[in-house]
Design a protein around this ligand. Structure first.
Ligand code: 9D3
Length: 253
């Protein structure tokens, strides 16, 4: 897969792709990352990428022409199109299901917004979709593009040493895989007692049936405590309804 990033801060992307899974995926040729400087698609002496908004608001807005020209050029290379994503605080929320969908594309073109925003004609007539990574204000789309590149790349076949772990993880269900939309269960490693804090006895018991049950229960508790919104989205089975009753009685959220 090719991931093409269009930004006014190309140097921003030097770091994120040079470590761990992303670095290995690049080296293995699973993903090609290309970073494009938006200013290279301007045609004036000052390489202007932004301008004042119509209607008398504060701040500056990214102009449409350089972004349209960038996409037309990147799309045209080898004539193989590409899905165009505008990163914007006004976009649809990025979730694992969308990451899985993007991982099936041949080319992703990620457009990073800056300033107060981007000329709306980019969202309406250039991008295939407008995506936000969450409900907080960033200073631009660059971090969001790096997040998306990471989430997508690790899903490419062969990107993970242990391919099974990609499907087991939290949120896997959101992508249409196993595990019913719960957070992951807690994990422990040695020592069995750390500063008076023991590892749950069941994990040392060697009783794999009990361990499986404990993990299901703890995943449910963690989700109830930290992400009750995920429980509302999914449907609970009989066992989970029972646990929910117990947790609501104890009320230790
Ligand atoms: C403070 C300015 N906001 C008006 C109340 C609008 C605004 C403009 C530009 C908010 C954020 C930004 C820059 N952010 C992004 O380009 C962005 C973003 C984000 O802020 N949050 C989550 N995901 C994303 S993706 C791109």
């Amino acid at each position: 897969m090719r991931i093409e990033i269009v930004t006014i801060f190309p140097e921003f992307f030097a770091g994120p792709f040079e470590h761990g899974i992303l670095r290995r995926a690049r080296q293995a040729g699973l993903v090609q990352l290309e970073v494009h400087d938006l200013r290279q698609f301007t045609d004036d002496r000052h390489r202007t990428v932004d301008d004042r908004p119509f209607g008398g608001e504060e701040g500056m807005v990214l102009k449409p022409e350089p972004l349209f020209r960038a996409v037309e050029q990147i799309r045209g290379q080898a004539g193989d199109g590409g899905r165009v994503i505008l990163l914007s605080a006004q976009g649809r929320l990025f979730r694992q299901a969308r990451a899985a969908e993007f991982a099936r594309e041949r080319k992703l073109i990620l457009l990073c917004g800056r300033y107060e925003g981007v000329d709306e004609r980019v969202a309406e007539h250039l991008a295939d979709e407008e995506i936000s990574i969450g409900d907080y204000v960033l200073s631009g789309g660059e971090l969001a593009a790096a997040v998306i590149a990471d989430a997508v790349t690790r899903l490419l076949p062969g990107a993970l040493g242990n391919e099974a772990s990609a499907v087991r993880e939290s949120f896997a269900a959101a992508a249409g895989e196993s595990e019913a939309g719960l957070l992951d269960c807690p994990h422990y490693t040695r020592p069995a007692e750390f500063r008076g804090l023991p590892v749950p006895e069941v994990l040392l018991s060697g009783d794999h049936q009990r361990i499986r049950n404990w993990r299901r229960r703890m995943a449910f508790e963690k989700t109830w405590k930290n992400r009750p919104d995920l429980l509302e989205r999914g449907k609970l089975d009989a066992e989970q309804c029972q646990w929910l009753g117990e947790l609501e009685k104890e009320s230790v959220r």
